[in-house]
Design a protein around this ligand. Structure first.
Ligand code: ADP
Ligand code: ZN
Ligand code: ZN
Length: 739
């Protein structure tokens, strides 16, 4: 009888499969791709995923080990998910085993059974009435019962807080016999009247034409770019299309950038639908993640909402994928498997033959170009749905104007005016801390980080110098470490300094700072937002944390202190990101009766990009930026791959990249690949970081197929290079940052 050899993907960085003998007693019929097996690996036991079965192995028989145990009676990975992972590993030139490590819930990787567990559901008993006399003096319980009654098949324990249901109220209702708790593995088949727990809004003309266009393509793969300004009602369009998907008996997957910043969006989903919703984001436990994954796989969840990695959630009856804020940088993973969730979602939609909607007020240039060349249908929403006016954007030229903690005179006046009118101001500055540098006025010493080619930021509140790149911190020196004199001065301004100065300038108004430093304590963010929502005049100072998720209806002035750093940075994506950020921040402000304005301070107020953005809007800006990319041969008009390396000793990383470059040149010759250029190797823009020396080699190709034809054999050779062990290296396909 021929031997039965299992080829497994193991959690290892090596880009190959590993051969094992089948565990004793198992036959070919017992084994299917996707099943998990426990195997010996070195001195450990690990869990691998079966990819294929063979009759023989290249491994010498005496070295071939037997797998220890089959963990699954059926394959836990649906074929579609397996296919997606194989595609991702191939495209991103990543080890398949490690791809599974990023794509699958941790507990599955550790061998946990892949079956649904019991969940607790709260539901109103039949006939329970919020007008029950026993609830007359218990408004909270009455409200809780009313909410619960809208969800006839119950609300999962996990979702109580989303609906603002408190356990206490429910337990009191339970004691009165009005509410019951059910433990079951899933929601029973729907016998409910409809999917809506709340009426839909009547759509305006633009919304309906977008909705109709997508509705007509709901049965197969179609890609839509829903480009709607902030507040134009994109979410309402999503909700109505999801309802149609549910009515067709299918599931919807919604990706959002960062869950803790989108509680309002989330609540809209849970309030709208009488459906089983699961959430997948970084703050849930491993158990909750596995349960949600299993529920989606088995068709026990109707709507799956999650951040980046939720893309890998299997669905029994996939019907629709939505990527909200598709331009958001958090969709790109910057470690390990460096995938882009938006790009992979497109592949998935194609593989599963279902529609995908990319939504944004400020679409990425990649997606816009795909819309212009016809790969996506472009749907635009140009008006705010609630009737509010979009804010006006104004440039403020600060050439040769003195800045006071980064704030010019005219800006101070605009702030004053707004506060006096009883409104709120949002001051945006994308730099934390007090000042980005501390300088000795006597000898020129600057606060250089000992481990990086970067300066340490002064954090005056905590009297520290901190490096934002490696995390190193030290006490703020009282005297100059070099010359011992005491004339140390902060240079430039961060949010802490702007906050301090604004406090002095406007002592009668509260100044609230929102950045990673001020909101690190649990609940601090919520508290801040509560006081903002009360609507009294105040100043908000913050970083890009302010740009997402929340609405500040009483803010009528957005003051952008420094647009130049980003708009005109060396990174070719800098201007795109800054324009998106400006519009996202701007979109937080204003409502119908109080239109907002956005004032942008710039030293280059006449620059065409800034003029286009402020006078004609994001699309005009994007067209200008795209034409610049086209003439420079940059993405989306070319394809990039970046080989990064770093080492403890100087020059080692560059030597590795030199060897890599020589190999690539050879391969290009033998493969007859044209249109691939090798740029570098060069030291990284910040050469030393966290004590390591960094260098990079950029591959730029006019044709994606040629690039990938080169990459596959090249990376095999790189794994064999003598330097490949002493140097840390990674290959980034479609890099978003060139650092
Ligand atoms: P976006 O997702 O584009 O930022 P939203 O869907 O959040 O926009 O809509 C912005 C506001 O307008 C919300 O308060 C929403 O309830 C309201 N809205 C959306 N569509 C309509 C509509 N058709 N009629 C009235 N109000 C609407
Ligand atoms: Zn000095
Ligand atoms: Zn550092």
């Amino acid at each position: 009888m021929p031997e039965l050899i299992l080829r497994l993907a193991l959690p290892s960085p090596l880009r190959r499969l590993f051969d094992y003998r089948a565990p004793p007693g198992l036959t070919r019929q017992d084994l299917q791709p996707g099943m998990r097996l426990k195997v010996p690996f070195g001195r450990r036991e690990i869990v691998g995923v079966l990819i294929e079965l063979r009759n023989h192995s290249e491994v010498p028989p005496e070295k071939l080990k037997a797998a220890l145990q089959l963990l699954d009676p059926h394959t836990p990975l649906p074929a579609a998910l397996l296919k997606l992972c194989l595609w991702a590993a191939q495209y991103y030139q990543h080890s398949l085993g490690d791809t599974f490590s990023w794509a699958l819930p941790a507990l599955l990787r550790q061998g946990e059974p892949a079956q649904l567990r019991q969940e607790r559901y709260w539901k109103a008993v039949t006939g329970a009435n919020p007008d029950d006399p026993r609830l007359q003096r218990a408004p909270r319980q009455r409200e809780a019962l009313a909410t619960l009654a809208q969800h006839p098949h119950g609300v999962a324990q996990q979702l109580l807080s989303q609906l603002q249901l408190s356990r206490d109220s429910l337990e009191l209702l339970q004691a009165k016999g009005l509410v019951e708790l059910e433990v079951r593995s899933s929601t029973p088949q729907r016998h409910h009247g409809g999917w809506l727990a709340q009426a839909e809004l009547p759509l305006n003309a633009e919304q309906s034409s977008a909705c109709n266009a997508i509705h007509s393509g709901l049965d197969s793969f179609n890609a839509y770019l829903l480009a709607g300004i902030t507040g134009s009602g994109k979410t309402e369009v999503y909700l109505q299309l999801i309802r149609q998907t549910l009515e067709a008996g299918k599931q919807a997957l919604v990706l959002i950038p960062e869950i803790n910043l989108g509680p309002q969006t989330l609540q809209r989903f849970t309030r709208r639908f009488n459906a089983r919703i699961v959430l997948l984001h970084s703050a849930i436990s491993d158990r909750e993640r596995l349960d949600a994954w299993l529920a989606a796989r088995d068709g026990e969840a109707d709507i799956i909402i999650g951040t980046r990695s939720a893309l890998f959630t299997p669905m029994k009856n996939p019907g629709l994928i939505i990527i909200d804020e598709e331009h958001d940088a958090s969709y790109k993973q910057q470690e390990g498997l460096r995938y882009h969730a938006r790009d992979l979602a497109l592949v998935r939609a194609q593989q599963e033959d279902i529609p995908i909607i990319l939504g944004s007020a400020t679409p990425s240039l990649e997606s816009l170009q795909n819309a212009y060349n016809g790969r996506y249908a472009l749907l635009r929403l140009t008006r705010r749905a609630g009737g509010a006016q979009p804010p006006r954007l104004l440039r403020l030229d600060i050439k040769s104007r003195p800045l006071d903690a980064g704030i010019s005179g005219p800006m101070q006046q605009a702030i004053e005016q707004t506060l006096q009118a009883g409104q709120q101001v949002l001051v945006f500055l994308n730099r934390r801390g007090f000042a980005p540098t501390l300088l000795c006025h006597d000898c020129g010493w600057i606060s250089q980080c000992p481990h990086c080619d970067a300066r340490m930021t002064l954090h005056q509140r905590s009297a520290e110098l901190r490096c934002h790149h490696c995390g190193h911190s030290q006490k703020q020196p009282k005297a100059c470490p070099d010359c011992s004199r005491v004339d140390l001065r902060p240079v430039g301004a961060g949010t802490e300094r702007a906050e301090e100065r604004l406090n002095t300038l406007f002592p009668q108004f509260p100044v609230l700072r929102v950045d990673r430093d001020s909101t690190s304590r649990k609940g601090a963010m919520d508290k801040l937002f509560q006081s903002i929502q009360r609507g009294k005049p105040c100043i908000l100072v913050g970083t890009q944390m302010l740009a997402k998720g929340h609405h500040f209806p009483r803010v009528t002035l957005v003051a952008i202190l420094d647009a130049d750093g980003g708009l005109f940075s060396a990174d070719f994506r800098g201007s795109e990101h800054t324009a998106q950020l400006i519009l996202q921040v701007a979109g937080r402000a204003g409502r119908a009766d109080e239109p907002g304005r956005v004032i942008i301070q710039s030293h280059l107020a006449d620059h065409p990009l800034l003029v286009q953005l402020t006078e004609q809007g994001y699309f005009a800006f994007a067209e200008q930026a795209l034409s610049e990319r086209r003439s420079a041969g940059l993405p989306p008009f070319s394809h990039l791959a970046l080989l990064r390396a770093d080492s403890l000793k100087p020059a080692q990383a560059e030597e590795f990249l030199d060897a890599a470059c020589a190999l690539a040149e050879q391969l290009l010759g033998t493969l007859n690949c044209s249109g691939v250029e090798l740029l570098g190797p060069v030291p990284a823009p910040m050469e030393r970081r966290a004590g390591r020396y960094r260098a990079q080699l950029l591959l730029q190709a006019s044709n994606r197929a040629s690039l990938h034809r080169l990459l596959t054999p090249w990376i095999q050779q790189l794994e064999q290079l003598p330097g490949s062990r002493s140097v840390r290296w990674t290959l980034d396909i479609d890099p978003t940052d060139l650092f």
